[in-house]
Design a protein around this ligand. Sequence first.
Ligand SMILES: [Zn+2]
Length: 494
Amino acid sequence: MFPAPARRLAHPATALLAPALLALWPLPAHAASTPDWAVAGDEAAEVLSRYLQIDTVNPGGNEDRAVAFLGDLLDKEGIPWTSFPFDTGRSSLVARLTAHGTPTEPPLCLLSHTDVVPSEPQFWPADKPPLGGVIADGYVWGRGALDMKGMGVLELQTLIQLKRQGVALKRDVILLAVGDEEVDSGGVRQLVRDHWAEIGCSQSINEGGLGLKDLLFDGQTLYGISVAEKGIAWVKMTASGPAGHGSRPDPVQAPHVLARAVHVLEGYAPSIHWHWSLMELFQNVGRTQKGLTRLVLSSPGLTKLALKGRFTGDPATRAVLINTINLTNLSGGSSPNVVPTEASATLDCRLLPGTSPADMMSTLRTLVPDPAVRFELLQGRDSNESPTADTLYQALAKHAVTTESGAIRSDAVAGPILSVGFTDSLILRPVGVHAYGFVPFEIDLDEANTMHGHGERVSVENIRNGLRILYSAVVEVSAPEVPAPEVPAADGPG
Ligand SMILES: [Zn+2]
């Protein structure tokens, strides 16, 4: 899940206008009847409560438990599914609702991961433990409520509601509940490597962006839809030098060489790149504003000028604009009085679209030309992205800001974002999938910070609304539009 900015980016603004672009999109009619969202939402909250009680903490994962839980619910609805083991006690689940008749498009995938990160229970409310799944104060509490068992339940319940409502699908809709996202993406990598011929979706929904209240302007929720993710170069940097006694310092000893190399990397000053998604997002936001703010946000040149200082001043937003090198580990000797032959550092480098892991390796070599230092690429992945000119992206952007009565909200706006962290979507795009990261919850920064933190929770209201948003978007791209009823010609004058 992408990290939220540590603080708001701008100051309060004036009243908001309806997003003009979104208002132009008509809501098509579809064959399906509509679920009762209050009932469906309460059912989803109850399912999530039970799902959160299943221990799938990774490392370890034990995702077989999640597969059995989800499979049991699918069995009750008569939806076929298969499990694909990728390690002992660990598997992913693939369930499928098939198209009525010959599909007219490749499948749509609803992707989630079933594993969760570890917790520190001592920092959680005593009556709402990480594996409790407690429903209290209008929230469902537990590790994974936001990242991402909550979204997994929305996807499951969307599939179930499509079946119950008898929606005539024009394409297969596939639920992918995969293991091991939090450590190694082992579940999704196995499905892409060994089973892609059976899955072969053209579009996918996964975690990524979500709705953040008051992010840019007070009173406005910004729904970020992740269309791109930075790539990675995880690198081990090792310095070598003569071993010896700790009483005789010498600048050629490995720890000294390493310290100088780290110091050089601390001074890395990469150039700034404004990704197209950022410009498109600001233009969408600009349409909701008035006066000078609207003028500035409608012009990429003025936007860059106005926001450069603010964006580069905050580590969370700065990372969207540049390639980053982050020191995440140092290791060396084992005794205070022994100089080791080698000392090493681990570097977590995150790469913008257009910079490959090989490019970063050569940058590191240029920054640290010392022959006593060597670099080893532990893992590398290119950044990748999907277009906003896509039916799924547009359906998500529209329904994110559409109310239950079909009105376009004047206090919310949707747009594309570049995620600085990566998700399983990074694995799907290279096999031709248009992959979008969007969890349709509307939360504030305090709630967002509970992801991988303490007291993770999601409101029952968000589950209810999120299910409606996701279901509506899925219906839009998976069910054929119903032709408008023919209006009988009025009798003309006799
Ligand atoms: Zn996640």
